[in-house]
Every structure is written in structure tokens, then in C-alpha cells.
Design a protein around this ligand. Structure first.
Ligand SMILES: Cc1cc2nc3c(=O)[nH]c(=O)nc-3n(C[C@H](O)[C@H](O)[C@H](O)COP(=O)(O)OP(=O)(O)OC[C@H]3O[C@@H](n4cnc5c(N)ncnc54)[C@H](O)[C@@H]3O)c2cc1C
Length: 457
């Protein structure tokens, strides 16, 4: 039985980074926004996470919305280096950003959303989407405080419910054929992390985050060490759910790797927990009539590093802005919301497709192959950044590199393949449709090529 129905302009489901920024943006632009979350008010904004975020997204929301960069006790450490480490080698990659206290930073953003008029409804567990014809018109919730069913109707509903994507996955496919409604096991990473405090001596990881390819970690996957400031570290591990190891012995393997770096008697565990992260290319279409989705709910996570905090903030901004523009233009239809897709592809989607190819390359060459090309200086940081920008590896330098890689020159061909793939991603993404009319044609060109290219490594 439905006890209460409320109406608003914009309904945001989920109060993580994507949700709070969607709500902030839409409320600041004058709309009546309701933000719901299944958690209690105090816990909204908190999450088991690696806590690292690069500068790009906080800078975007500062420039576009005037929201201050993380500061004061929101920051655990400032990051100046991202280091990729194999068993015997390490490469320093330029990587400015922060390791944040997610709860404190998340709470500040939530309070800012409230300060511009967002109405926050905690304890509201979204159960399903509400649909009228081929329009999304809101969502149905179980209020965990009184166990009653409530409906909230809205001109635009934004699904920011994270890896649960509860609104999108409860849409009937026959009415919304342009939206993907599922996630497969090889598109999700299981992950476990601890925040530890060293008892005696401080650590040597200040101002750095380390992604570590250790042969104990099932591939493709990695172990991380992120500085949380003096004496404290955020340590974690993750790999794809499709891996035969699944999540079963993750804690065990985590302990084995951790104890290679830190003796158990030298630290105490401050926090521990695990969760899953979608790690695949983004949802190319994240809109339909009366609906947008952002953040993990739309697979807005870098498939190589599993960074999703920054993309969620960026997507939240574009989603809130697009929702308001579409409402003000009279009808928030698929067409009126379409530009959001393009904005997401430009902000991070193209990059995420490229990093997924990088991830596939690493899975093919394995930790030993990466170790080899770094040790023999066959590939440098500059090469990786050229590959990533779509410039590729020039034929003359390729010949030199193949010789240098000898006798394992086949490894170089894999990196050459990666370079060609990133170039093609760049080309095809430039053709991303400006309206929904061109979507099926573009999708049927991009996705079959991309998925078969990934398998060919
Ligand atoms: C172990 C781990 C380590 C990570 N490390 C990093 C890192 O170092 N850097 C980085 O950038 N990213 C990292 N990530 C990914 C990052 O946490 C996410 O990409 C990011 O939080 C996505 O933000 P979001 O707003 O989309 O979703 P979330 O932050 O997951 O927020 C979703 C919100 O929706 C709410 N919700 C869910 N279901 C419902 C429902 N049915 N009804 C109502 N509300 C609901 C939840 O309570 C939550 O508040 C990590 C993830 C994990 C699991």
C-alpha cells in the first residue's frame, strides 16, 4: 500500500558524489530538488574507498559551481606522484590530487546542496522506478524508519544509486530499448581495503599513491598503497569478479601482500571493508525520457585505476545542469537530455575506453611483461602518455623498441596494438552522435569493434 506521494522537479536517488553534485547543481539553478538515500543522514557521504581523487574533477566543480577544492580536515594527504610498481620496477606518473577523508568531504558537499535548497530524505531505500508510458516519472521507496512505501514523482529522475543502479535496472527494456539495463561479472571488480595506523615509525609513502602489480594478486587486478598522512595508510586490493578466484580468498591474499610491506605487529587496523566497483567502459547512453544516470550507476569509473569519485562529481554536474535546461525548455525528453551523453564522453568517457584497452594489454602481457618493458626501458612514461593521447608509437621508434625488447619482441606488438586501438577510439568518439537518432548506427559500429579488439590482445 502506498502511503505518501510527493512531487518535485528533480529527484536524485543516492547521495554519493554523483548525487550531491547533481542535487547541488539543479537546486542552485532554482529547481525543487529531493535527494534520497537509503543511509541515515549522518552516514550519507561515507564510503569504503581508496579515497584518492585527482585534481581535475574538484577543479571542474570549483570553476563551474564555485565549490571549494578539498581543504583542511577533508584532506588526508596531498598527492604529487602516482607510482606504478611491478615486482622489480617502478614508474612515476605525474598525478596531482588528494587523498581525502570521504566522509568529511562528502558531508560538506551534502551541506552545500542543502544550503541551496535541496531537500534531503535519508532512510529512503529505493525499490524501483516509476514509469508512465515511455517516460520515467519517479521512484518508489521503502521508508526504513516507518517501513512504509512512498512514491516520489519528478519531472526528471537522476539515478545516482551507485553500483546498484536500482532505478535503471528496474526499467522495462521493451519501453527503453536505448538503455542498457544489466551488468556482467567481467564488468565488476571486487575490492577489499583497510585503513591502518603504524605504531612506531612513519611510512615512506607521503604525497604518493602506489598501484602495485604483485604476482600474488590475480590478474587483471592490483594492490594499492595510498598515503593518508602521517602514520596512516589506505591499503587495498581488487580484481574482476569474472576471475576464477572471485572474492573468496581476497582477504587472505590481501594479508599476504600487506605483510610483505608491513609486519602485522607494527600497525593497527582503523577501518576495514569491501565492496564492488563497476570497471568497464561507460554507459554510452545514460538518458531516456525524464531520466538521467550518473556515477557508478552509469559505469563512470576508470576501468584501469578504478577511480570513480572524480568522474561521479563531473557527471553529477553535467546531469544536474542538463536536467534543468531540459525542464526549462518545456519537455525533458531523451532528445532534450542527449547532450549529457556527449558531455560525459568528452569529460572522461573517451579516456575510460582507452584505459580499458590499456587494462586489457596489461592482462595480456601480465605483470612479468610490464616488468620486462620497464626494466629494458622499451617503454617510458612519455610513450604511455603518447599512446594514451592517441598519438601512437612512430614506426621508426617502434623498430628500435622491438629490437630493444628482443627476445620478447612480441610484447612490443601488443603495445603497438594498444596504440592503434587508442587512436581508433579517439576517431570513433569524435563521431559520437549529437542526437539520439544516430545512436544505434554509432553503437553498432563502435561496440562490436571495441569488444572484439579487447578480446584480441
Ligand atoms: C574499495 C573501493 C576503493 C575505491 N577507491 C577509489 C579511489 O581511490 N578513488 C576513486 O576515485 N574511486 C575509488 N572507488 C570508487 C568510488 O568509490 C566510486 O566510483 C564513487 O563513490 C562513485 O560515486 P557515486 O556517487 O556514483 O556512488 P556511491 O558513492 O556508491 O554512492 C551511491 C549512494 O547511493 C545510495 N544507494 C544505493 N542504493 C540505494 C537505494 N536502493 N536507495 C537509496 N539509496 C541508495 C548509497 O547509500 C550511496 O550513498 C573505490 C571503490 C571501492 C569500493
Amino acid at each position: 500500500m502506498i502511503f505518501l506521494t510527493t512531487e518535485c522537479d528533480v529527484l536524485v536517488v543516492g547521495g554519493g558524489p554523483a548525487g550531491v553534485i547533481s542535487a547541488y547543481t539543479a537546486a542552485k539553478l532554482g529547481k525543487y530538488v529531493i535527494l534520497t538515500d537509503a543511509k541515515s543522514m549522518d552516514q550519507i557521504g561515507n564510503k569504503t574507498c581508496g579515497d584518492a581523487i585527482d585534481l581535475r574533477a574538484p577543479t571542474l566543480i570549483k570553476d563551474k559551481l564555485g565549490l571549494e577544492l578539498p581543504h583542511g580536515d577533508e584532506i588526508s594527504d596531498i598527492i604529487e606522484r602516482l607510482v606504478i610498481q611491478t615486482e622489480n620496477q617502478e614508474v612515476d606518473v605525474f598525478g596531482d590530487g588528494f587523498v581525502v577523508d570521504r566522509h568529511i568531504y562528502g558531508k560538506r558537499l551534502l551541506n552545500q546542496a542543502i544550503s541551496v535548497g535541496t531537500e534531503v530524505r535519508p532512510h529512503m531505500n529505493a525499490k524501483k522506478s516509476l514509469v508512465d508510458g515511455d517516460w520515467v516519472v519517479g521512484a518508489e521507496f521503502k521508508n526504513k524508519e516507518n517501513n512504509k512505501t512512498e512514491q516520489i514523482k519528478a519531472k526528471v529522475t537522476i539515478d545516482c544509486s551507485g553500483r546498484n543502479f536500482v532505478i535503471r535496472k528496474t526499467l522495462p527494456h521493451e519501453k527503453f530499448p536505448l538503455l542498457e539495463l544489466e551488468m556482467k561479472p567481467d564488468e565488476i571488480c571486487a575490492s577489499y581495503r583497510e585503513i591502518i595506523k603504524l605504531k612506531e615509525e612513519d611510512h615512506n609513502y607521503h604525497k604518493a599513491i602506489y598501484l602495485i602489480y604483485n604476482n600474488l594478486v590475480p590478474e587483471p587486478g592490483y594492490y594499492w598503497i595510498f598515503s593518508k598522512g602521517p602514520y596512516e595508510l589506505n591499503l587495498g586490493i581488487g580484481w574482476k569478479l569474472s576471475n576464477p578466484n572471485k572474492g573468496a580468498n581476497m582477504r587472505n591474499i590481501y594479508n599476504k601482500v600487506t605483510h610483505k610491506f608491513f609486519k602485522p605487529e607494527d600497525y593497527e587496523i582503523l577501518q576495514a571493508g569491501g565492496y564492488t566497483i563497476p570497471t568497464r567502459y561507460p554507459l554510452f547512453n545514460a538518458v531516456t525520457n525524464g531520466f538521467l544516470t550518473a556515477g557508478d550507476a552509469a559505469f563512470h569509473v576508470d576501468p584501469f585505476t578504478a577511480e570513480g569519485h572524480g568522474p561521479a562529481l563531473m557527471a553529477g554536474y553535467y546531469a544536474g545542469k542538463q536536467a534543468v535546461e531540459a525542464i526549462e525548455n518545456g519537455k525533458p525528453s531523451t532528445e532534450a537530455l542527449w547532450e549529457y551523453n556527449k558531455n560525459c564522453m568528452e569529460a572522461f568517457g573517451t579516456l575510460h575506453c582507452k584505459t580499458q584497452l590499456f587494462e586489457e594489454t596489461l592482462a595480456a602481457v601480465k605483470m612479468k611483461g610490464l616488468d620486462y618493458v620497464l626494466r629494458r626501458k622499451v617503454l617510458t612514461v612519455e610513450d604511455f602518455s603518447r599512446i594514451n593521447s592517441g598519438e601512437g608509437i612512430s614506426t621508426s621508434s617502434l623498430l628500435w623498441k622491438v629490437m630493444r625488447a628482443s627476445p620478447r619482441y612480441l610484447l612490443m606488438l601488443k603495445f603497438r596494438k594498444l596504440a592503434k586501438g587508442t587512436k581508433k577510439v579517439e576517431e570513433l568518439m569524435k563521431q559520437f552522435p549529437t542526437t539520439s537518432a544516430g545512436y544505434n548506427a554509432w553503437h553498432s559500429k563502435f561496440v562490436p569493434w571495441f569488444t572484439s579488439y579487447m578480446k584480441s590482445f
